[in-house]
Design a protein around this ligand. Structure first.
Ligand code: MP5
Length: 216
């Protein structure tokens, strides 16, 4: 029998394959991504990771005691990740000082915070698993498609490291445990949240590829 996280991935197969074929990732792997396009992603993902810290903090407040320490570590990890963004921004001349979230980035962060504040711990955890799993699979696809090195290597390494693989495995296993014995109605709610997160992830690559801005 499929484990719960496998069922979620199976249900979102179409979205997943669209994500992994997204031109942003394909071009990053090929080394043909426009520098400005990649810089847009750096700026927007910096905002996303920065705002993921309060998202994790709200989940920490709702977490079962056994998971508190894990959530503290996740928060510390995100704070360190901001340094990766700052260092690379400096190296490549990307301004992180005067930036605003794009419509997609803004909406995705609102979805994160709404789920964390108004949803159950399991609902928030489902968002976290979906977002991290997309990043693992996306950057793994980039790594697989590459020949030679990339100016963006540190980002590729960050989300394809052995530690990150283990973290995402842990998220999958913990989600399976958290939902054990829950009703079909409840599982359906997580499944919708998982799909919605995957859709936002697709939009995020698209937003960067199109250098999306507010029209007015
Ligand atoms: C992640 C991210 C991965 N950085 N950005 C988006 C849009 N989705 C997922 O999260 P983390 O915490 O950087 O590993």
């Amino acid at each position: 029998m499929k484990r719960y996280h496998e069922k979620l991935l199976h249900e979102s197969e179409k979205i997943w394959s669209a994500i992994l074929k997204h031109p942003f990732l394909v071009k990053t792997a090929e080394g043909t991504i426009e520098t400005d396009t990649f810089k847009t992603w750096i700026q927007q993902d910096f905002i996303f990771v920065r705002e993921a810290i309060p998202f994790i903090a709200v989940l920490l407040a709702k977490a079962p005691l056994a998971l508190r320490s894990n959530f503290i570590q996740i928060m510390v990890g995100l704070d360190k990740e901001l340094e990766l963004f700052r260092n690379n921004a400096q190296k490549h001349g990307v301004d992180l000082g005067n930036i605003q979230p794009s419509p997609t980035c803004h909406a995705y962060i609102q979805f994160l915070m709404n789920t964390a504040y108004n949803g159950s711990f399991e609902e928030g955890f489902t968002v976290l698993y979906a977002a991290e799993k997309v990043y693992l699979d996306s950057w793994m696809a980039v790594k697989k498609g590459m020949n030679g090195s990339s100016p963006w290597q540190e980002f590729i390494d960050n989300w394809t490291s052995e530690g990150f693989v283990q973290y995402v495995d842990w998220l999958a296993m913990t989600l399976d445990e958290l939902v054990q014995g829950q009703s079909e109605t409840q599982l359906k709610i997580y499944s919708n949240i998982f799909r919605q997160t995957a859709r936002y992830e697709f939009l995020f690559w698209d937003m960067a590829a199109k250098k999306e801005v507010w029209p007015i």
